[in-house]
Ligand binder design. Structure first.
Ligand code: CMP
Length: 148
């Protein structure tokens, strides 16, 4: 992947402040995430997760748009402040969907070990991830019920 590590810890912490998932965290916690996360720029068309493959990291979108193609062949858009790739880390299963950069993107990448240490350190992050998973499940159920 291209453009890894463009910014120092304090620059990355600045990016994290604008991400909904990290709202309410202390400056110390933001600095900790910034130390654990790699910054990455990718061109449009880059496949960031492929359905069925093993996942090793989660991504937070700083800039740009991603297309998620689910197993039901639904396509969803994710944008700045959204995250993806958490499901494989949480349950150890394969990627549930294919995620591709729809535009040039700037991302923060958090590896499996770092992800779990963040969850242990910051219950607010766990809560935020669970909230988003619940919302995504509701939307998926609503979309499924309109097809049947
Ligand atoms: P993961 O399964 O690790 O890799 C693909 C990612 O796509 C998945 O984690 C989620 O982050 C994301 N994803 C899968 N299904 C949906 C959905 N219905 N809505 C939004 N994001 C999704």
């Amino acid at each position: 992947m291209t453009g890894v590590g463009l910014r120092g810890t304090s620059g990355k912490a600045g990016l994290l402040k604008n991400v909904q998932l990290f709202q309410g965290l202390s400056e110390r916690q933001l600095q900790q995430i910034a130390r654990l996360a790699d910054e990455m720029d990718v061109p449009a068309g880059k496949v960031l997760a492929r359905a069925g493959e093993t996942g090793h990291e989660m991504f937070v979108i700083v800039e740009g748009q991603a297309s998620v193609t689910t197993s039901q062949r639904r396509t969803l858009q994710l944008g700045a402040g959204d995250f993806f790739g958490e499901m494989s880390l949480l349950d150890g299963g394969p990627r549930s969907a294919t995620v591709e950069a729809a535009t040039p993107m700037r991302l923060l990448v958090i590896g499996r070990r770092e992800f779990f240490s963040l969850l242990a350190e910051a219950p607010l992050i766990s809560k935020g991830i669970m909230r988003t998973l619940s919302q995504r499940l509701r939307k998926a159920d609503a979309a499924f019920s309109t097809c049947t």
